[in-house]
Ligand binder design. Structure first.
Ligand SMILES: NC(=O)C1=CN([C@@H]2O[C@H](COP(=O)(O)OP(=O)(O)OC[C@H]3O[C@@H](n4cnc5c(N)ncnc54)[C@H](O)[C@@H]3O)[C@@H](O)[C@H]2O)C=CC1
Ligand SMILES: O=C(CO)COP(=O)(O)O
Length: 338
């Protein structure tokens, strides 16, 4: 059945998910703040800044009018970076209050934690859009670089919600021959795995930039997974979720792919570039930088040991020398692995 869907945020991920949904036969309205970008998408069917040389389906509607995109939408998909989620959700609520139609499903595909509050994205959406104006809240997450979904490479991800029926609805709307969706009811674990893997990807990139080899990268991923699982479980996640698509799956892809902005940022830091220049030159969101601060603070609150996250925090926020931090990590007292 053709469903009206609003996709909010026309960066690499939002625009490609919008494209998948159009290919699945849905009526998709992609919202962007930028008039020239909407015009480029509607007239040339391209989005050169975010997805070079990709051609979007002609049936995709781009708009700068948020009311037009969410009006009568059965599903509203948030794909703006984490720091923008709350403000965009507040604007969405204003429009939902005006229309009073069937309550839409709220879905997000972003990966981070809110600075200061440390809230997961579903918690921000839950707080901002009261239940009277929406149905379920779902997080869509897993190993999925937009560049590969764009060329219809095989991609498997997770739709997570406290309400299994909401996750199943999302599964039905997104699934096709190259895009396979599993459901999961551990919303906490799925969102935390998605957010925390970006921190470890910064570290993996830094190791590469410094010239370390595969042993070091495998070790970082393994011990990184151990510590993000520890913090996740302390925050209410199920441990098994971290060996699923949104945990180790996304950790692997983000720590090994040149498509990853977090990996590329880490690589540049490892090569000696200052953080401010790396962020300024990326031109796209590097979620792991802010998430690292949130995870560092949460680890302290929860008294969870996270030596890799702490080392990355020292490099990002206290200008610590990366090689010195690696030396300190290596010279920690001997431990049992499990
Ligand atoms: N790019 C990818 O392959 C994937 C990205 N993600 C996640 O999706 C989220 C978005 O990532 P990308 O699309 O890659 O980012 P991006 O940097 O390519 O695009 C972000 C978009 O959001 C817009 N935006 C930024 N602040 C805004 C605000 N205050 N109000 C309205 N719009 C705003 C920007 O103009 C831009 O169009 C991130 O949380 C990322 O971790 C998840 C899976 C894959
Ligand atoms: O989450 C992603 C792939 O699953 C995208 O990672 P980056 O934000 O590092 O590009």
């Amino acid at each position: 059945m053709k469903t009206k869907i609003a996709v909010l945020g026309a960066g690499s991920w939002g625009s490609i998910l919008a494209s998948v949904l159009v290919q699945n036969g849905h009526e998709v309205w992609l919202w962007t703040r930028h008039r020239e970008q909407a015009q480029e998408l509607n007239e040339l069917h391209t989005n050169q800044r975010y997805m070079k040389d990709y051609h979007y389906p002609h049936a995709l509607h781009a708009t700068t009018n948020l009311a037009q995109s969410v009006h009568n939408a059965a599903l509203i998909l948030f794909t703006v970076p984490t720091p923008a989620i709350r403000a965009v959700a507040q604007q969405v609520l204003t429009h939902l209050k005006q229309t009073k139609v069937a309550r839409p499903l709220i879905v997000h595909a972003s990966k981070g934690l809110e600075q200061g509050t440390h809230l997961r994205i579903s918690e921000i959406l839950h707080q901002t859009i009261p239940a009277d104006f929406r149905s379920g809240i779902v997080a869509l997450s897993g190993p999925s670089h937009a560049e590969e979904v764009a060329r219809q490479d095989l991609t498997l991800i997770t739709a997570a919600s406290n309400q299994v029926t909401a996750a199943q609805q999302v599964q039905q709307l997104f699934m096709n021959d190259y895009f396979r969706v599993y459901t999961n009811t551990d919303l906490i674990g799925v969102e935390l795995g998605a957010a925390f893997k970006n921190i470890i990807a910064l570290g993996a990139g830094a190791l590469h930039g410094l010239g370390y080899g595969d042993n070091a990268k495998a070790a970082l991923m393994t011990r990184g997974l151990a510590e993000i699982t520890r913090l996740g479980v302390a925050l209410g996640a199920k441990p098994l979720t971290f060996i699923g698509l949104s945990g180790v799956g996304d950790l692997i892809v983000t720590c090994t792919s040149i498509h990853s902005r977090n990996w590329r940022a880490g690589n540049q830091l490892g090569q000696g570039q200052p953080l401010a220049a790396v962020v300024a030159n990326m031109g796209m969101v590097i979620e792991g930088v802010k998430t690292c601060q949130a995870a560092y603070e949460l680890a302290q609150q929860q008294q969870v040991e996270m030596p890799i996250t702490e080392a990355i925090y020292h490099v990002l926020y206290e200008k610590a020398d990366i090689k010195q931090e690696i030396k300190l990590l290596m010279r920690r007292e001997g431990k049992a692995e499990l």
